[in-house]
Design a protein around this ligand. Sequence first.
Ligand SMILES: [Zn+2]
Length: 195
Amino acid sequence: MKRCPQCEAEYDDHVEYCFVDGAELVYVARAVGKTPLPPPPPAPRRSILPLVIVFVFLAIVAVAGLAAVVAMLSSEPSTTAKTPVQPVAPTVVPATPDEPAPILIGVDSEPSGAEVWEGRSKKCEATPCQVEHPEHAPDNRTFVLKLPGYRDATVTMEEVGAPLFATLRKRKGPRPSPKVRPVPDNNAPDIMDER
Ligand SMILES: [Zn+2]
């Protein structure tokens, strides 16, 4: 089959020129039964492509929606954001109370230089001195002050932090005095040297 490019008139294959305008006729593909094969493939391709596009679009929308929600949640609770900051400070503050410096209790005596004992442990070598008083320690601790030549003195805490003081009394009883020794009237240097 042929067709005239000028007037679109159709002619049989044996016709060379258009009867109307004399234009040279061109062949026209009359193929009718060989073209149905191509259509099927494009159909599925066009059905899948939109699905992919829709899926991608939905994914983008979902991500954008989540991003928007996250943005709203993060920007909206500006008041709530102050709350988490406060717990940080309390955690730092208790760090100090956990290890408080022990209270130092001053212990003194008259005369001074006495050892301070609590039970069987010596707390200090010679008064005046200071005894540590941890927070968990009882408030009624009792100390014993010991000084050679004096009677042991016991002092009991009455108030935490208040200094303790004890007056030591000399031991009673005869004490050997090196001066109690008869010295001959005549100065004998020999005796002095023997000492
Ligand atoms: Zn023609």
